[in-house]
Write a protein that binds this ligand. Structure first.
Ligand code: DX5
Ligand code: ZN
Length: 224
């Protein structure tokens, strides 16, 4: 069975003075999702955007919004992001002492629930959550900033996660986030990632983001 690959441009790298146009251009390029990085300056050392921007984007694009919460105690806000228009809400296992409650809450608020896992966190940390998630986001950089270098060891983690999911019998998609560009997207897909986040490889101030999305998709043919 061939994988369905979703390209999810991260607006973290976009020109925020023209956010609507930036999103429109990735839509034109055939992007499947819009990835929105929410950071609180506590779980990660950076502060970005919050609920009002998600609400504004909901009105600005027909694409599903993929909200990645890099915040402490995400259970306090996760359902609000779903109600603001997120189709997918992803929380970090490292940030939540009550992950099960948060994931169940996201689904009951009508969004797909996901758990994210940092490069240094073992897959065993999410094993008990497989029954409660629609997707698992493997961080391939340390969260907090765009434009960082891909950590190659995360490819093996994606492969092991694919096996873990297969033997669980659940339908769970793997998302990969951080440092993905045309040089490594095929390896990520080959390892089992189906939702590909790309920030600086799409929005780089000089090329047309639509063309960059098309280019990434062309390069996404899996290499095993
Ligand atoms: C990093 C964010 C990523 C980031 C990816 O903490 O979660 O979504 O925007 O940016 P690039 O693709 O530039 O690594
Ligand atoms: Zn992200």
């Amino acid at each position: 069975m061939t994988q369905m690959i979703d390209i999810a441009p991260s607006i973290l790298a976009a020109d925020w003075t023209r956010l609507g146009e930036e999103v429109e251009s990735v839509e034109r390029g055939g992007a499947n999702l819009v990835h929105i990085d929410v950071m609180d300056g506590h779980f990660v050392p950076n502060i970005t955007i919050g609920l009002p921007v998600v609400g504004a984007l909901r009105d600005a694009t027909p694409l599903p919004l993929d909200v990645h919460l890099m915040i402490s105690e995400p259970g306090r806000y996760a359902e609000e992001f779903a109600r603001a228009g997120a189709s997918m809400v992803t929380v970090h296992t490292e940030a939540d002492a009550h992950l099960n409650r948060t994931l169940v809450g996201i689904r009951s608020a009508g969004a797909r629930a996901g758990v994210a896992i940092n490069p240094a966190t073992s897959l065993s940390a999410i094993e008990e959550s497989l029954a409660f998630v629609d997707h698992i986001l493997v961080m391939s950089v340390n969260p907090g900033f765009g434009g960082q270098s891909f950590i190659p060891a995360t490819l093996d983690k994606v492969r092991r996660l694919r096996e873990m999911i297969r033997s669980s019998g659940y339908q769970i998609r793997i998302e990969i986030d951080g440092g993905i560009d045309e040089s490594n997207i095929a390896q990520a897909v080959g390892a089992g990632a189906e939702i590909i986040v790309a920030g600086s490889a799409v929005f780089n101030k000089k090329d047309d983001p639509a063309a960059r999305v098309r280019h990434l998709r062309e390069r996404a043919t899996p290499l095993i």
